[in-house]
Design a binder for this molecule. Structure first.
Ligand SMILES: [Fe+2]
Length: 389
């Protein structure tokens, strides 16, 4: 079968001490003045001071903006405030340095400098008409992939619902991925972000939008993350583990950007919205029942996933292959203290209206149309039910 492939990616600079190139990259993008957006944790670790000094050493003036938010996902008004700071400082380049939320705010604030209106006007697909001011995006966790994606997720304050801006014009100009910046990431965040990356690769691999390029990246990312998430969780100072997790997460981000996630992400929205559980942790609790349910559509790909996770499956029947895959995923989750069910996540079945969740998740057609198995509200309800076992 012939495929037509569109593959989008920023310029990527990856490696130990890759951050040292930030000054040169900012200059290339025309920075006389940069707005550096980051969070309180990055400030405490000393990374912020280092990055600021690197920029100033090549003559780039830096204004720092420390994000402070009251919700797990940044609310839309935070983006508006940040864009106003960027306008007032008259910066040429926006630099985002931090976890996924900080990076999302940086990407969207940049877009609001060249496009009219507010974040709410751009929820949905390809609604941002123009590219923003140039961006350099620097992650300090390994997982969200935000440094190479066109997506940004925000809490709409009025409705208290998480919504997505998905537009090619949000794609960063440059992604700098330096494993050394993730060394201080705490174990729980390492696990949650790491499994998010695993799911970006695995879910996109199963998706209807998958192609030969993203499949190759996805399988390698899955293999890397399966091997190195445990060591990175167990000892944050393990440089080799951080190196590989940064690489695996970056590759998974490229898969996410070009093939897209599906069912697990769609089903996590209502759960995260009600319980405010971290993104990766919520996905983790739904992963096994979701993959179990769609396996019927993709036996070959389930075998490839099992192989990428190191399972010896030659000669096994498809039913046995699926068992091995789900066991391998269960082992991975448990080894880094992640929940393998909604019960593990501390949610009570009795106190939950799973029909309402299923109705909400089913509205995420942007994601569900990529699912290899067509899913009705009743199907989704059954998966939630299974996730309580
Ligand atoms: Fe995700």
């Amino acid at each position: 079968m012939f495929q037509n492939i569109l593959f989008q990616s920023p310029t990527i600079i990856f490696g130990i001490n890759a951050i040292n190139q930030i000054g040169e990259q900012a200059k290339k993008l025309g920075a006389g003045r940069a707005l550096l957006i980051t969070g309180p944790r990055v400030e405490k670790t000393g990374v912020l001071g280092n990055v600021k000094a690197l920029l100033e050493s090549v003559g780039v003036a830096v204004q720092v903006n420390i994000q402070d938010r009251d919700t797990p996902e940044p609310a839309t008004d935070v983006v508006e405030r940040t864009a106003q700071v960027a306008r007032e400082c008259n910066c040429d380049v926006i630099i985002g340095l931090g976890g996924g939320s900080i990076l999302d705010v940086s990407k969207m604030a940049s877009a609001l400098l060249t496009n009219p209106g507010k974040t709410e006007d751009y929820f949905g697909r390809e609604k941002v008409p123009k590219r923003g001011k140039p961006t350099i995006i620097v992650p300090t966790t390994s997982g969200t992939g935000a440094e190479v994606t066109k997506h940004a997720i925000f809490l709409e304050r009025a409705s208290n619902v998480k919504k997505v801006v998905a537009s090619s014009n949000l794609l960063p100009n440059v992604a700098i991925v330096d494993p050394m910046l993730s060394m201080t990431c705490p174990p729980a965040v390492t696990a949650s972000a790491g499994i998010d990356a695993y799911i970006h690769a695995a879910e996109a691999f199963l998706s209807k939008n998958a192609n030969t390029i993203t499949d190759a990246l996805a399988l390698e990312a899955i293999s890397i993350i399966t091997k190195w998430l445990g060591p990175a969780f167990a000892d944050g100072q393990d440089r080799e583990a951080r190196y590989h997790m940064s690489l695996g997460s970056l590759m998974a981000g490229m898969v996410l950007n070009n093939s897209g996630t599906s069912l697990v992400h769609a089903m996590a929205y209502p759960v995260g919205g009600e319980h405010h559980t971290p993104h990766g942790v919520t996905l983790s609790a739904l992963l096994i029942p979701c993959f179990d349910y769609v396996a019927v559509a993709k036996a070959d790909k389930m075998a490839a996933l099992a192989r990428a996770m190191g399972e010896p499956i030659d000669g096994l029947a498809p039913r046995e292959v699926l068992e091995r895959l789900l066991e391998a995923i269960h082992f991975l989750l448990k080894s880094v203290n992640l929940p393998a069910s909604l019960t593990d996540l501390g949610i009570s079945r009795e106190a939950t209206d799973i029909h309402q969740w299923a109705v909400e998740a089913h509205k995420e057609q942007r994601l569900l149309t990529r699912s290899p198995r067509i899913l009705t509200v009743e199907d989704i309800e059954l998966i939630y039910e299974n996730a309580f076992d």
